[in-house]
Design a binder for this molecule. Structure first.
Ligand code: NZQ
Ligand code: ZN
Length: 392
């Protein structure tokens, strides 16, 4: 095993009606003037935003509101939010929504707390030295951004989607009421389950430093989400299943399932970010569409982990060669995706990629990772192109 740092400062308030605690939490963390940031309007339609602002009004907390964070959130709105916060002397950010609203809020927080162009951080040119404090009311279990150090932003010019990670961006608190996720379209619920599992799988398919306890947590989390994703497909209002998935989402991306290993592979995510940037697809669906092609390309270089995954997560029988077992595990995962109506290739994702698109994405991906990346197998630009081609 490798040495590791585990840092999860986010205070989690989990359960029914927990959004009613928001004013107390903002006061606890010193907020006096809040930017309430949200997405395309689901929180307006559900009445959640009104409940939140009513709670702030009743507590005498000043706030301004900025909506419009789109899935694959845009840099333009981040700039707008930064200007607004500076003009209005905002000292606390409250994201009400999913990964997109949260990530957009993190970027706004970096832009307010640091001089210069905020894109520099996403372009790997500089590191932040602070962030406005941020709280979250989560409405979709998916990215884990409510406890993670990451934020992913798309620059409209050139459709460049990049992630930036810093402990400064970790939310101060996360309010998680599973009931708030019951208004989700089924497709988004399935995308979320896919993303949650992938955050743990990225950390699982590695070639260094694995620990038994980390594997046990990871495999338990994967089995739990797999089971509850199917329950939610048939019974979307099932509170317990919503709760299992929601908590799994946070644990999948707060570092817990990566303790002791080499940091993870992350190439499925990097490849998906190109799909999200170019075609604006839902992140979870993009991951499902690319994973099988990635897995078949790399499994021989990470065979013991693929075998373990097949046996302990996908319930494959321990019969045949290691390669056969590993391949059955990959097939079983794709069957699972299909069972929750997730795509397993670009066509099913609704993307008709031209050869030129594939070349462009592979090139942008290679540039984005600094040439090559991966742990299950280190991939260069040619490998990335091969995987994109196999996923068409
Ligand atoms: O925008 P609104 O109107 O709120 O609608 C959203 C959006 O259309 C809707 N939605 C969310 N909660 C809802 C709801 N609709 C009805 N009822 C509710 N309760 O669902 C759609 C998706 O929302 P979004 O916030 O985009 O989803 P998600 O949480 O999956 O976030 C995706 C973004 O996060 C990035 C992704 O790349 C993508 O840009 N990621 C962020 C990570 C992080 N910060 O740690 C890690 C991830 O790997 C990921 O890359
Ligand atoms: Zn993800």
């Amino acid at each position: 095993m490798f040495d590791f740092k585990y840092y999860t400062p986010t205070k989690v308030i989990f359960g029914k009606n927990t959004e009613s605690k928001v004013a107390d939490l903002i006061k606890e963390f010193g907020g006096t003037k809040v930017l309430v940031h949200y997405g395309g309007g689901s929180v307006v339609r559900s009445g959640l935003l009104k409940r939140v602002t009513d709670t702030l009004d009743a507590a005498g907390i000043k706030y301004i509101v900025l909506g419009g964070a789109v899935p694959n959130p845009h840099l333009g709105l981040v700039y707008e939010g930064i200007e607004l916060c500076k003009k209005e002397n905002v000292d606390f950010l409250l994201a009400v929504g999913g990964g997109s609203a949260i990530d957009s809020a993190k970027a706004i927080g970096y832009g307010v707390a640091n001089e210069g162009d905020v894109w520099d951080y996403y372009d790997y040119k500089r590191q932040v030295s602070g962030c406005l404090p941020l709280g979250v009311i989560l409405t979709i279990a998916a990215t884990g951004s409510e406890m993670s150090d990451s934020s992913v932003i798309t620059k409209e010019e050139g459709l460049v989607k990049r992630g930036y990670s810093s402990d400064y961006g970790r939310p101060r608190f996360a309010i998680m009421n599973p009931e708030l996720t019951m208004t989700l379209p089924d497709y988004q619920t399935a995308c979320g389950c896919t993303d949650i599992m992938m955050h743990t799988m990225e950390r699982y398919f590695t070639n260094g430093g694995n620990m038994e306890i980390t594997d046990a947590l990871a495999e338990g989390l994967l089995r739990t989400v797999k089971k509850n994703a199917v329950i939610l497909r048939d019974d979307p209002k099932n509170y317990d299943a919503r709760a299992e998935v929601m908590w799994a989402g946070s644990l999948a991306h707060n570092g817990l399932t990566g303790c002791g290993n080499d940091g993870g592979d992350w190439m499925t995510h990097k490849l998906e970010h190109e799909l999200g940037g170019l075609y604006d697809v839902a992140h979870g669906a993009g991951l499902a569409a690319i994973w099988g092609s990635w897995a078949r390309y790399v499994y021989k270089n990470c065979l013991p982990r693929f075998k373990k995954f097949a046996l302990n997560v996908m319930d494959v029988k321990d019969e045949g060669t290691d390669e056969e077992i590993a391949l059955k595990g990959i097939e079983a995962m794709e069957d699972f995706y299909r069972s929750i109506k997730m795509p397993t290739n670009l066509r099913e994702l609704g993307v008709n990629a031209t050869e030129e698109d594939l070349v462009t994405m592979a090139h942008k991906c290679a540039v984005g990772v600094g040439g090559e990346m991966g742990s299950a197998r280190v991939l260069n630009e040619e490998d990335m192109l091969n995987i994109f081609k196999a996923s068409v």
